[in-house]
Design a protein around this ligand. Sequence first.
Ligand SMILES: Nc1nc2c(ncn2[C@@H]2O[C@H](COP(=O)(O)OP(=O)(O)O)[C@@H](O)[C@H]2O)c(=O)[nH]1
Ligand SMILES: [Mg+2]
Length: 394
Amino acid sequence: MQKAVVIVPTYNERENIQKLIPLLLEVFKKVKNWDMSILVVDDTSPDKTYEVVKKITKENKKVKLLLNAKKEGLGGAYLKGMDYAFGEQGAEVVLQFDADLSHDHRKIPQFMKEIDGGEDLVLGSRYVKGGGIPANWGLYRKFLSVVGNITIATVLTNFSIRDWTTGFRAVRRKVFEKVRPFVSDARFMGYTYQIGFLNSALRQGFKVKEVPFIFVDRTIGKSKLGAEYMKNTLLYIFKLRLDDLFKNRIFKFAFVGGIGTLVQLMSLTIIRLLIPDFQFLVFTSFLVATLMSIELAIISNFVLNNLWTFADRKLMTSQIPGKFIQFNLASMGSILIQLIINSSGENFIGLKDLFVLPIINFNVDTGLIFAISGILIGLFWNFFAYNKYIWKKK
Ligand SMILES: Nc1nc2c(ncn2[C@@H]2O[C@H](COP(=O)(O)OP(=O)(O)O)[C@@H](O)[C@H]2O)c(=O)[nH]1
Ligand SMILES: [Mg+2]
């Protein structure tokens, strides 16, 4: 029979754990096809929770204690517990269960059924139909929990999950093996572990199922949830999305283009200061300065795109001269596109001042629309040409 281990992290849960263990052992009898057991992970609680548990382990083989020398947080306790359960204990499934009787032990058989049915990760959910949070929770606590979940789903743009923060879960071995490297750093030692773990599992395509349960407030002891949690969660989700953005080729392309524009404007200013305007050469020197600044922007774009945007298709040294010429042609193409669109806007529709202040007139100037669409189509062309010709997929 395959093994399933219910991990119960404890910190000052002396009384709760004594009540919980018999309830769990009782419900295990309803799960016939799994060898179920309990692993309590205690961080040497000051109230000596571990002493109580140690006593129970002597009477019952289905209960084990893992004692941490010091408090490392909820995520730390789960990592250690799961390493042990999936490792030494040879478990195929681990369940996460709070010691404070907030989670519904009667749901465990249903969790195991979902696993049998092919789910990789089962969540006890307070926010799907049939689930719930305690009616007596103050407005502030309800607000935090509900808004917290909505915020997480919105920032991660994943609305398939209703209860991101739930600590009642069943995890298959393969999920833990794939997710562990992503939740091993210090950020996940606290309660952020739950969100980090779930997000990583979803991104790796594991099957996740929410099972409703009604969360019951603890009657004994205190919650350990602190401000650490909110801060770390927000930091985690926003940093994750920022990382996503910086991994996005189109974003990098646009960013490099922005730098190119800055290079062009700044170099134009500097070159114009360096090249004196001879009266009869005013036009020529302006033209020279403009062309030089455009070329500098092109060089900046070429180098940065090669090193960053298309780092995965980086050019070999021998290719660089030829590709650089192609890159210049592509850039010229984009300028040409802009010129054509702008001038056709002028010639065929009869527009003169392209940048007439539309904001002051309160009616949008069609010339501006042509200018903007010229730039957009030019950018589109650039991105296309880079992908298709210059940094071709290998
Ligand atoms: N081992 C260990 N368990 C912890 C730690 N922090 C919380 N827990 C346990 O994790 C479970 C959930 O914690 P709790 O304070 O009830 O959080 P809440 O239900 O979100 O308010 C309880 O069983 C706690 O005893 C920790 O640092 N180490
Ligand atoms: Mg609790």
